[in-house]
Write a protein that binds this ligand. Structure first.
Ligand SMILES: [Zn+2]
Ligand SMILES: [Zn+2]
Length: 329
């Protein structure tokens, strides 16, 4: 178990405590208020959700453009970008750190792909590792690196109000079809202590003869809630679950200056509480209740300890997604 904040920081914290303590108390009041608001928001979204007319897809493949783990010759980073191709089109889900990193452009080049034929972009939630970097998240404007060939004016499906450079921003209010025969759960919310209010959408597809495939970005709302929503959209069995589940239990990814940001920022808990194995127990139980055949795990926001537990305890074929690889579902 590693420190979320290196001991080198502790004297700084102690010295700053007269200022820090009232600030954290004020944050905590907002965090608690947002928690109650998120419960109401999610209740309302669940109650108003009905069956979604998802077309039956003949084929669905996922090519991973950005992930923590990477195939030989590809770059990895603690962000997410997934390219989905179906018999009805192509959808790009998330753009990792966008222009702030070489990862996306390098991996696309290495795959010999351009984004010229994608039908749309969808962004899971407005965090820097999904919407194109720090500048993008500060400006609430999705950003892609230049030169990826993405046609101007394509829709960019967003889970909350934001803009999108080069694309036509469209806020998804509730469950609906997007493009390529894939649907969105619509936004579900989570109160985060430092990052504030967070709305996130997951993707859902219906595969002929197999059932549903569900893909998350960071999974901040919690997989139980996401699967609850998916159950209201379709009575079909869940065939596959993939993407981020946010379990930095023993360590975070992309740590800087002795700070494990993922263990502090995106947890849905106050900073004096950790994400624990008990939390993971609930997610593993939720997965085993819906009995997917395949689970495609993201290492971008989940530590090796949690990945090993998921692989060992979820009764499904589990794999860790790797940048550069294509998964046929
Ligand atoms: Zn993430
Ligand atoms: Zn996030």
């Amino acid at each position: 178990m590693s420190f979320r904040l290196s001991p080198l920081w502790w004297p700084v914290l102690a010295a700053a405590s007269p200022v820090l303590v009232p600030l954290l108390a004020a944050r905590n009041r907002r965090f608690q208020a947002n928690r109650a608001r998120a419960d109401r928001f999610n209740r309302e979204k669940l109650d108003s959700a009905g069956p979604l007319d998802l077309p039956e897809l003949e084929s669905l493949s996922l090519t991973v453009l950005a992930e923590e783990a990477a195939e030989e010759g590809f770059l990895g980073e603690s962000g997410v970008s997934y390219l989905f191709r179906t018999d009805r089109g192509a959808l790009l889900f998330d753009v990792s750190y966008g222009p702030e990193s070489r990862c996306l452009a390098h991996n696309l080049g290495r795959l010999g792909l351009s984004l010229g034929d994608i039908d749309a972009l969808a962004v899971s939630h407005l965090h820097l590792d999904h919407m194109g970097g720090l500048k993008a998240s500060r400006a609430r404007a999705v950003q892609l690196p230049e030169g990826l060939g993405l046609p101007q004016g394509r829709p960019c499906f967003l889970p909350d109000e934001a803009s999108s450079e080069g694309c036509r921003a469209e806020v998804v209010e509730g469950p609906r079809l997007l493009v390529a025969g894939m649907g969105s759960t619509g936004p579900l919310a989570r109160s985060l202590f430092f990052l504030g209010w967070c709305q996130e959408q997951a993707l859902v597809a219906r595969l002929r003869g197999r059932g549903l495939a569900v893909f998350t970005g960071c999974g901040h709302p919690g997989l139980e809630l996401i699967l609850d929503m998916v159950g209201r959209l379709s009575g079909e069995p869940i065939y596959a679950v993939g993407g981020g589940l946010h379990f930095p239990i023993t360590r975070g990814r992309g740590n800087r200056a002795g700070i494990q940001f993922q263990m502090i920022l995106g947890t849905g808990k106050p900073p004096w509480q950790r994400i624990t194995d008990r939390d993971l127990d609930r997610t593993i139980a939720a997965l085993n209740r819906v009995k997917p055949k395949r689970v495609l795990l993201s290492a971008h926001d989940t530590c090796d300890h949690a990945l090993a537990r998921l692989a060992g305890e979820v009764e499904a074929e589990t794999e860790v997604l790797r940048a550069g690889a294509t998964y046929r579902l």
